[in-house]
Design a protein around this ligand. Sequence first.
Ligand code: FPP
Length: 241
Amino acid sequence: MTAPAKITSGPRHVACIMDGNGRWAQARGKPRLFGHHAGAQRVKEVVRACPSLGVKYLTIFAFSTENWKRTQAEVAGLMKLFRRYIQAEARELLAEGVRVRFIGDRVQLDPKLVKLMDELELLTSVNDRIHVTVALNYGGRDEIGRATKRLALEVSAGRLDAADVDETTLARFLDTHVLPDPDLVIRTSGEARISNFLLWQSAYAEYEFIDTLWPDFNAACFADAVRRFAARERRFGAVPA
Ligand code: FPP
């Protein structure tokens, strides 16, 4: 596969690490969950900004495989927020042409939440205006581990020849197999880490580490990051033309 040496247009797929909710709340003397609720409101705004910016795919990191280490109260509050959010927003997401998908390991999630996730995926599967993928109980290494296990099972069942396995084969087993790779990954809150997010898929992504905390990250901040991307030269390992 030969990638283009230069892209001058905007990103088709943007992925966001929505960081800083806890600090935003603490700065206001509020519990961390207050920040997560404020952050959830920003998600809507960013989704709505996508079509006019030419962003067709948006992937957001809602809960990582490492986030279980947080207090029981914060984890339970986040899970409740996800359930409520799906119930409250399903109709609007459908009406606005959003196709929602979830990536991550569902096995550890509450079956009630998984049912809502499955229903939302099915309900919005008719849409194609914007594709929003929510990473929930997601970790890049965990995803690669699960994909490798499924691939190994195919080989041991004789449906796949080990000699034919290459990077394209493995990508077919990833949670993201139907999505293009992200062009731009944004992390808010001033931290310059990727925290196990889309490790495989972001091999050639551009990164934006932005100081703004996620609950302050509005549509204008998102549009600025998208425009800065358009000014970058992407080489994919090639020599500039
Ligand atoms: C990281 O900030 C944020 C999270 C772990 C949760 C992200 C969730 C939302 C934005 C809620 C809404 C999501 C959906 C899909 C409706 P942090 O808590 O690590 O912040 P800190 O670094 O300041 O502590």
